[in-house]
Design a protein around this ligand. Structure first.
Ligand code: ADP
Length: 428
């Protein structure tokens, strides 16, 4: 029954009786007081029921209070169902995250731990009761970096050896999430790394062992000049000399690459005037490749940089030697150097035969050759691998642009922090 309809009927009835029996308000006033009381009582019941959490059953109420109560009850039931569904989903996702064999950690924009799974607790030694809200840098520390969080934000992917366990290598990837959070996924790659270290150590040892016998053979072949040999031995000895030189080059490059790849590689850094360094290199390469198109310095910004001179020499020598070997006897090979906002860029470009696009991603692999039958080009097949690793140990990278028949440009890009000063022109 609607409360207002009831109030209307009672009021009309009271008015009619008042008129018939001339009661002068004797009935109407108590009826109105009763209706007012009824209204407040119903409102109070509804309020008490809402305050108690709208739990069933619905108390006795007149319409429209009864309708309001029914709607509130329905909404409460729907909200409860939604909450139960979300709880089930949350539980499911927690279970999935917990069962993932990789460690997963969510950190906020400041690198503070928000949540992590079971594997993260094992791998990084996290405690689920204590460590939420603490910086990830407290738990992931490596001798090779000051701040893990800063490094992973710059690179999104990195491998590191934990300070807390020298035998543990972890590979981290960062996936940005909403609200500045990040998901860090860590995989234990210790067995692969140990295998890799063993492989490199084997190559290193084998190269060392080969170095001495090759030097001895080469020494004997050096003294066997054509005049000291009978005619029939001259050609074979020439061939032997050529192959021993190649073997020596190969062993030297293998040793150098093993050293660059070693986790214990330490840069012997010096401040170098780039223009002087490049001038000396150009003189040396032009002597070694006399008769070729030759190399020249193009635009070279006068800078003083901080780098390992031996490694930088080897990187640029390899690039220049490659360019001269593949140049097409047109213009000289050019070396340039310029500073951008974030990088120091050293370029070596030639207008030689170029490299087809399908080879570009593979040419820095060990022993990868574009044309395996190219007899006139000699080299160990390790040159570009050395350049790439040399750039990486300086915190940089190697890139290449090439089009067949038109030439190739290699660019070593180093962090601009390697530039320590501007070369001042000599005072006149
Ligand atoms: P290699 O000892 O064979 O030169 P590298 O690692 O230095 O080994 O180079 C790998 C391959 O990349 C070379 O065999 C050659 O095919 C190609 N390459 C390197 N530099 C150039 C260049 N400037 N122009 C054309 N091809 C090049």
């Amino acid at each position: 029954m609607n409360l207002f309809t009831l109030a209307g009927i009672l009021t009309v009835l009271a008015l009619f009786l008042e008129w018939v029996f001339r009661l002068n308000g004797g009935l109407l006033i108590p009826v109105l007081i009763f209706l007012l009381f009824l209204l407040f009582w119903q409102q109070h019941r509804l309020l008490l029921w809402v305050r108690a959490g709208c739990k069933p059953p619905v108390p006795f109420l007149f319409s429209p209070f009864a309708e309001i109560a029914q709607r509130l009850l329905r909404q409460r039931e729907q909200a409860r169902k939604r909450k139960r569904r979300l709880q089930r989903m949350l539980l499911f996702f927690r279970e999935v995250a917990g069962a993932v064999p990789d460690a997963s950690v969510v950190v906020n924009r400041d690198g503070v731990l928000v949540s992590f799974n079971r594997r993260a607790q094992q791998l990084l030694g996290l405690d689920k009761n204590q460590d939420s809200g603490r910086p990830i840098d407290h738990f992931v520390r490596s001798a090779s970096m000051d701040s893990f969080w800063q490094k992973i934000r710059e690179h999104d992917q990195l491998q590191l050896r934990l300070i807390s366990d020298e035998n543990c290598w972890l590979e981290f990837s960062r996936v940005p999430l909403t609200q500045g959070n990040s998901l860090l996924i860590a995989r234990d790659v210790s067995s692969t790394m140990i295998l890799d270290v063993k492989r490199k150590a084997f190559i290193d040892n084998a190269s060392h062992e080969l170095k001495t016998p090759i030097t001895v053979i080469r020494g004997f072949l050096e003294v066997m000049t054509p005049e000291t040999l009978p005619e029939k031995w001259r050609q074979p000895v020439r061939e032997m000399r050529k192959h021993t030189e190649r073997m020596q080059l190969l062993v030297e490059d293998m040793l150098q690459l093993a050293q660059l790849e070693s986790p214990d590689q330490v840069l012997v850094e010096q401040s170098l005037s780039l223009s002087n360094f490049l001038d000396d290199l150009i003189v040396e390469i032009n002597q070694d490749f006399a008769g070729s198109v030759g190399a020249v310095c193009g635009f070279v910004e006068p800078l003083v940089i901080n780098a390992d001179p031996m490694i930088l020499h080897s990187m640029l020598y390899n690039l220049l030697a490659n360019a001269l070997m593949h140049a097409d006897s047109r213009s000289a090979v050019e070396v340039t150097c310029a500073r951008s906002e974030r990088h120091l860029l050293i370029g070596v470009s030639d207008d030689g035969i170029g490299i087809a696009p399908e080879h570009l991603t593979r040419i820095t692999e060990r022993f990868y050759r574009v044309d395996r039958n190219r007899a006139r080009v000699k080299g160990s097949g390790l040159g570009l691998a050395i350049v790439k690793h040399g750039a990486e140990v300086h915190g940089g990278s190697l890139s290449v642009q090439s089009s067949p028949g038109r030439g190739t440009s290699f660019t070593i890009s180093l962090p601009v922090s390697r530039v320590i000063a501007q070369n001042l022109p000599p005072e006149s």
